[in-house]
Design a protein around this ligand. Structure first.
Ligand code: SF4
Length: 711
């Protein structure tokens, strides 16, 4: 048989960088992947995770192949037909809704869902069931940035684009390690710096990471003191006259209160609180003040905090007082962790929003969507349960049924022992996933097999508002179905036959596109067909009124200095700089932070299957400063118990001065090790959340570390 090859262009399904990938499919079924040189985000580059993506598709050993269910948890799961699984699920949902009301059910989805999937689940529960109980694991990584942008700029709008990297000459990386977690963005920064030696990189992080090591200045800020650091930078910028007064007067509100706030604390006092040398703060502010292009980049160290929104605002303030926004190389750039966290935000895939950045609390917005969807119910006027609230409500028997799609909360949620208890108590748990490696499958009453990356079509939006189309390249194994089809089949079983009468994902997308008419997202010029030709575009992408003309490209927002706030002025918020995390004490004297390692993704259900990726860091570890270890009699490589107020973890100690004294670090990825849940990092973390973003405080847990002693 003649050898043949098919070539497809798609997008990486891991992080929010959204790299373009060329997939080659050989006639014998083998796949290869390489970076797409024509894709503007990655220009042919891929990181280790992207380069090994094909292995996760070709290894089908742990795929969920058929729907399964059981009538009670003491029984094993049994194979059933799609009709049986969905009819039973619909019957259970209907019963709970009739008996306890629409808020007795919930969907917990994922930043890895495609935009069409997100849109349809959102439409079903908000517009047809009548509850706002849909939230996403993106709540756990970027909701503080969403609220920060909204409060400062008027809407959840990332104002910059990746091409700003090559325009900037000062990068301020705060609470992020792009060298490991957003590697292609980092490579662009490194290449830019190599070609332009005057470019400066400042990194603020309690740990010295690969990003910090490659920076011109590492500010080893104490956990919980990022706002104090940013206020100190603001103070120096004011003192040194690096303000853009014309911009402040013409386009912002709140500067006077901000100036009072940051001037109230001396630089020496701020430096003492942050644990950072005041000369280094002064140096960082000088570089920022003198820069032509000032780009700030942040992720979880800022967002995953009980004061995450205020942290975001304190950073955005630095751009507003210097006028460094809306021009090439300037702007606050929140990097999204997941591939479609941004797309989920756009279609309203959070408990408090509706499509195209509408709000559930806004009566006009609700009325628009009720009319658009022809909803048989009123959209609820209050936000639904957010991620942590869902599991608490299930534990309290207020939430009766939860449907979990493409996420593994039994490893990833904070205070995960509480989540495990809730899922065990839950009356009805549906898990829709690709792989049986997802620990949460073991808790399910109904398991629905989903198509994986390359096995379904749809769209995603990356961190720079760039929308790409992902084609279907392979047939899904067994009876696995695209997630969007599972949802529309279920909706029809619930009786919504007309309104969910889709045949293709492109029809769902076309419907979503219409909801953006007249909004800031406006993508009315877009469709699957256009995306197939153009490969990727940034929003907005408006239908041009003049026939034959392409929509105007908008690489960066606010170029005209008009913001999305009611008075069109950006808002400078004088936020307090105190922390509200749980307290350390004699019993729990160390601060634990958690995060990612270079070659693993989330709970390792995909990357953990690739031996090449497992070689980078083969086992779970705790980073602890040698002085803290010596004080506890801990030797390198020794097994230790990390104990907190909610649970413990058993793990090997790595002694390193890369972490501050008093601060230790655990990667987030590992769940069970040798079938013991004592490897699960989130046994320790707490469910405190930021009051506005509802994002958990993963970066600050009070713990003790002691040598492990056999019982
Ligand atoms: Fe995929 Fe992110 Fe790596 Fe790009 S940087 S290849 S999107 S994991």
């Amino acid at each position: 048989m003649a050898h043949s090859k098919q070539t497809h262009k798609t997008t990486c399904c891991y992080c929010g960088v959204g790299c373009g990938i060329v997939v080659q499919k050989e006639s014998d079924g083998r796949l290869t992947v390489e970076g797409d040189k024509s894709h503007p985000s990655n220009q042919g580059m891929l990181c280790s995770k992207g380069m090994n993506l094909h292995y996760t598709v070709m290894d089908q050993s742990d795929r969920l192949l058929y729907p399964q269910m059981r009538m009670n948890r003491s029984m094993p799961l049994q194979r059933v037909s799609w009709d049986e699984a969905l009819e039973r699920t619909a019957a259970v949902f209907r019963t709970f809704i009739q008996k306890y009301g629409p808020d007795s059910v919930a969907f917990y989805v994922s930043g890895q869902c495609l935009t069409e999937e997100y849109y349809l689940v959102n439409k079903l529960i908000k517009g047809f069931i009548g509850s706002n109980n849909i939230d996403t694991n993106s709540r756990l990584c970027m909701s503080s940035a969403v609220v920060g942008y909204k409060l400062a700029l008027g809407e959840d709008s990332v104002p910059v684009c990746y091409d700003d990297i090559e325009e900037a000459d000062v990068f301020y990386v705060q609470g992020a390690n792009p060298a490991w977690c957003h590697p292609i963005i980092w490579r662009r920064i490194e290449a830019h710096k190599a070609a332009n030696p005057h470019v400066k990189i400042i990194t603020a992080d309690p740990r010295l990471t690969d990003t910090g090591r490659a920076s011109d200045l590492h500010l080893p800020v104490r956990p919980g003191t990022d706002i104090t650091l940013n206020h100190a930078l603001g103070r120096v910028l004011i003192e040194r006259g690096y303000l853009d007064e014309e911009f402040i007067i013409g386009h912002t509100d709140g500067f006077t209160a901000y100036r009072e706030q940051v001037m109230a604390r001396s630089l020496a006092e701020a430096a003492e609180i942050c644990g950072v040398d005041s000369a280094d703060i002064r140096q960082a502010a000088e570089w920022i003040g003198r820069s032509r292009g000032f780009l700030s980049l942040w992720t979880m160290g800022m967002n995953q905090s009980v004061i995450g929104v205020n942290k975001n605002l304190s950073l955005i303030n630095l751009h507003l007082i210097t006028g460094r926004i809306g021009t090439p190389g300037n702007g606050p750039f929140s990097l999204t962790g997941q591939p479609n966290a941004m797309g989920g935000r756009e279609v309203g895939g959070l408990a408090n929003i509706l499509p195209a950045h509408r709000d559930v609390t806004n009566a006009t917005h609700r009325a628009e969507m009720e009319k658009f969807w022809n909803s048989p119910v009123k959209i609820a006027s209050q936000p639904g349960l957010t991620a942590t609230e869902m599991f608490k409500a299930m534990d309290d028997d207020k939430l009766k049924a939860i449907w979990i799609i493409n996420t593994n909360p039994l490893v990833s949620m904070p205070d995960v022992n509480g989540v495990e208890r809730a899922l065990k108590k839950g009356r009805f748990v549906v898990v829709q996933d690709v792989s049986s490696r997802a620990d949460t499958v073991a808790m399910a009453d109904v398991v629905l097999p989903a198509a994986a990356w390359l096995e379904k079509e749809g769209t995603m939006t990356n961190a720079e508002r760039r929308i790409t189309y992902l084609p279907k390249v392979l047939d899904a194994p067994g009876e696995a179905l695209p997630d969007v089809e599972i949802i529309w089949r279920f909706a029809r079983k619930m009786g919504f036959t007309q309104e969910f009468n889709y045949q293709k994902a492109s029809e769902v997308y076309a419907e979503y596109v219409k909801t953006t008419t007249g909004t800031h997202i406006d993508i009315t010029g877009l469709s699957h067909e256009i995306l197939k030709k153009q490969r990727s575009v940034q929003w907005p992408y408006r239908m041009d009124s003049q026939e034959g003309k392409s929509p105007v490209k908008v690489p960066r927002l606010f170029a005209d200095r008009t913001f999305y706030t009611p008075n069109q002025r950006a808002q400078i918020h004088a936020v307090p700089d105190g922390n509200a995390s749980e307290l350390t004490n004699e019993d729990f004297p160390l601060v634990l932070t958690t995060g990612r390692i270079r070659d693993q993704w989330h709970t390792m259900t995909k990357t953990g299957r690739v031996s090449k990726l497992n070689q980078h860091v083969p086992e779970h570890f705790l980073q602890i400063h040698p002085d803290d270890a010596a004080a506890r009699g801990i030797k390198p490589g020794q097994l230790v118990t990390v104990r907190g107020r909610r649970g413990e973890v058993r793990v090997k100690a790595e002694l390193t001065t890369d972490t501050r004294r008093g601060v230790c670090f655990l990667p987030m990825h590992w769940g069970k090790i040798l079938n013991s849940s004592l490897g699960r990092t989130n046994n320790l973390t707490n469910s405190l959340v930021d009051p506005r973003s509802k994002e958990p405080d993963y970066k600050f847990t009070a713990v003790q570390v002691v040598p492990y002693q056999k019982p």
